[in-house]
Design a binder for this molecule. Structure first.
Ligand SMILES: [Zn+2]
Length: 127
């Protein structure tokens, strides 16, 4: 059983790495982008206050055009937050600040995870 879990985890890691390698580069997709910072807040679906907050600074020259964040719930299976589409859409429009939310659709034991991720992005562009 432990063996199987370990294999699944490494397969997931491998799939994730492959996806990052195959993604176009962020800089190629949005050539004018100079910097990008994401302020992330995570809370359980039924909670008011965030449980986790952190800032992620994106290394624009080398980052893939892929924003798939892990779910913060330890027991969550197949969850996570793929916010690639809304973020890329805002960057292509040249927006300097934008925010959004994503609900985790993974499962925790017998129920849906439902953890909510809120992001606030700050971007700068070369003129
Ligand atoms: Zn989750």
């Amino acid at each position: 059983m432990m063996q199987r879990r370990g294999t699944e985890a490494s397969q997931r890691y491998e799939a994730r790495r492959q996806r990052e390698d195959e993604s176009p580069r962020l800089q190629a997709e949005v050539p004018a982008l100079e910097s990008l910072k994401l302020e992330i807040e995570e809370r359980r679906g039924d909670a008011r206050n965030p449980e986790t907050t952190y800032i992620r600074r994106i290394v624009v020259p080398s980052a893939p055009a892929l924003f798939a964040l892990m779910c913060g719930e330890r027991d969550c299976e197949d969850g996570g937050h793929d916010i690639t589409y809304p973020i890329m859409a805002s960057l292509r429009r040249g927006q300097t600040t934008f925010e959004g939310e994503d609900v985790c659709h993974g499962s925790v034991r017998t129920t849906t995870c439902g953890r909510v991720l809120h992001y606030k992005a700050t971007a700068t562009y070369r003129s």
